[in-house]
Design a protein. Structure first.
Length: 234
């Protein structure tokens, strides 16, 4: 699965409107025109969804018609909205952040607090554990496990930069860091806390900072790092 081309991402970011979406709770004393925002509720109570750049002046000019208001906002001048998760055939737990442009394969699992930036790709049945970060264009194959707190570095600029690629059936240990341009070969294991600066060949076990291959993957290692299919059942 190829990740987004860096020029595609740059063009997208340049053209994307920068928005500050808000949720506004309003107690009205009189009629107020909220412009293009979406308004819900009856009587004096309204819930308004819109952009702060439009709603802020409305609140100022309509102050005499508003008894009180509270605004909720979680971003400012954001160019990349969050990914619409409803159509994914995957398990996405609360608190995970997936930005638009992310690809998630069938049966994948993204745990609480994980962050997947624009252009990241997660293969089928792969688990991205709690607090892991997949930077822009990071690509992970099928049947992998990206451990809690692990970081796969992202690249958007310079455009020539090569993204992290993790091939199929790889386990990246907790708090490991894989830097841009690195390819981790299929059926490999990267130990917890390792810092990977160069490619890891297939069927290898790598550890340390900087990470080095310490042995070939054997039956005992495979047993210790086996995935649990039940965790990927929808």
């Amino acid at each position: 699965m190829p990740s987004m081309d860096p020029q595609e991402i740059a063009t997208y970011l340049a053209a994307a409107p920068k928005r500050t979406p808000v949720k506004l709770y309003v107690s009205l004393a009189g009629p107020v025109d909220f412009g293009s925002a979406r308004v819900f509720g009856e009587g004096s109570s309204r819930i308004v969804f819109g952009d702060w750049e439009e709603l802020s002046p409305i609140l100022e000019t309509s102050a005499g018609s508003i008894r009180d208001w509270v605004v909720e906002s979680d971003r400012r001048n954001s160019a990349v909205p969050l990914l619409d998760l409803k159509g994914l055939k995957a398990r996405i737990e609360p608190g995970a952040i997936l930005r638009e442009g992310v690809e998630v394969g069938e049966g994948a699992v993204v745990m609480m607090g994980a962050v997947l930036n624009i252009g990241a790709v997660v293969g089928r049945r792969t688990m991205v554990d709690m607090g892991a970060v997949l930077g822009a264009r990071a690509t992970v194959g099928e049947d992998c496990h990206i451990g809690a707190g692990a970081v796969l570095a992202g690249v958007v600029e310079p455009p020539s930069a090569v993204p992290v690629v993790v091939e199929d059936r790889v386990l990246i240990g907790a708090n490991a860091v894989v830097l841009e341009g690195v390819r981790v070969g299929a059926d490999s294991v990267v130990a917890a806390g390792a810092v990977v600066l160069s490619d890891i060949p297939p069927h290898s076990v790598a550890a340390g900072s900087p990470a080095r291959v310490v042995k070939r993957k054997d039956a005992r290692t495979a047993e210790k790092t086996a995935l649990v299919d039940a965790l990927r059942t929808l």
